[in-house]
Design a protein around this ligand. Structure first.
Ligand code: HEM
Length: 154
């Protein structure tokens, strides 16, 4: 991939689009019978924090690492919660519905990479939330890119 290929952060529309996405997503979460109990004590700025996280993952500013406790903090927020498969599935479903609602780009290149990360992240979150989860060695946020189909490929 060359330097002229935009990051996924730029492609989605930067911090503004990510904030609209997470606001819309957690609005749905709060009304969802499967997920609402898990998020009952969620702080008002939680959606904004997750937008900052996603921005860093998709190649934007390293603002979660610099200002929000980085990878260890995210890990600590999932640890011990015992996320169940049906909760993860609902999380992904509502996330994608929110993405469509706020106009996240629908091109095949972007969506395949975007869904790939959401599948990866949600499965890791579920695994790390189990009571018997083994502590990992990672301390930095894993970034995500276009994978096999960057923009402009045939
Ligand atoms: C790609 C997938 C995911 C990402 C990127 C993600 C990201 C995050 C981040 C960054 C935080 C900490 C926010 C902060 O700094 O305050 C957090 C907290 C949390 N996440 Fe996730 N998460 C993912 C998947 C999930 C899933 C699948 C569930 C459950 C179904 C879940 C449940 C929670 C809960 C319950 C919290 C704590 C909320 C609170 O503070 O009360 N997450 N997540």
């Amino acid at each position: 991939m060359t330097d002229t290929v935009p990051t996924m952060y730029e492609w989605i529309g930067g911090a503004e689009r990510l904030e609209r996405l997470t606001e819309e997503f957690y609005r749905r979460v709060r009304e969802d019978e499967v997920l609402a109990p898990l998020f009952a004590r969620m702080a008002d700025d939680h959606p904004q924090h997750v937008a900052v996280w996603l921005g860093e993952v998709f190649g934007g500013p390293e603002a979660y690492t610099e200002g929000h406790g980085g990878f260890p903090h995210m890990l600590s927020r999932h640890r011990g919660r015992g996320i169940r498969p049906e909760q993860r599935e609902r999380w992904v479903k509502l996330f994608m519905e929110a993405a469509d609602h706020v106009g996240v780009p629908t091109d095949a290149e972007f969506r395949s990479a975007f869904v790939g990360y959401i599948e990866f992240g949600s499965r890791r979150a579920m695994a790390n939330s189990q009571l018997d989860a083994k502590p990992g060695t990672r301390e930095t946020i894993k970034t995500w890119g276009w994978g096999e189909a960057p923009p402009g490929t045939d």
